[in-house]
Design a protein around this ligand. Structure first.
Ligand code: SF4
Length: 157
């Protein structure tokens, strides 16, 4: 494993992992349909199983080489319940293999606004999100496109 990775500080909000649902809304752009995006993630999952070394896995595709708008590093967990980034420091004892690959301090507009609200407003928004009962694809797209934020702001002008 040859790498220039290191410990990093990074930005996230509770929305990025609400109720154990790992949002991947900022891990790509112009995402394809649910079926196509999940197929890309499944292919990457199989590639990680074959390649094993996470640095080599990362290096197999350039950051711009998205499939169906989806980052090639996104994979499913073993039970196929969650999508996660195997380069993330939470997956690598604090070592951030994303350094030099993506903008890990990026926050979507929804997350940025959420961080400026008081606790009461944040809880109302979280209640709205929970009431949606969406899967991780729908949740991620809703965040990426600020759909939940728009709905919330319309109801709470
Ligand atoms: S799209 Fe927003 S909520 Fe989702 S992971 Fe990125 S910053 Fe977090």
């Amino acid at each position: 494993m040859a790498q220039d990775s290191h410990q990093s500080s990074y930005t996230y909000t509770v929305l990025c992992r609400l109720d154990n649902k790992s949002c991947f809304g900022c891990c790509g752009r112009r995402f394809g349909s649910k079926e196509k995006v999940l197929a890309v993630i499944e292919k990457s999952t199989q590639e990680l199983i074959q390649i094993k070394d996470r640095w080599d896995f990362r290096m197999r595709a350039k950051p711009s080489d998205l499939h169906e708008g989806t980052c090639r590093n996104l994979v499913f967990d073993q039970k196929k319940e969650k999508v996660f980034c195997p380069l993330h420091p939470l997956q690598n004892n604090g070592v951030d293999l994303r350094v030099g690959h993506c903008d890990f301090n990026f926050l979507c507009t929804t997350a940025k606004k959420f961080e400026t609200w008081n606790r009461e407003k944040q809880q109302s928004f979280i209640q709205l999100l929970r009431s949606k009962n969406v899967d991780v694809y729908e949740y991620s797209m809703g965040m990426d496109k600020d759909l939940f934020l728009k709905e919330f702001e319309q109801a709470n002008p």
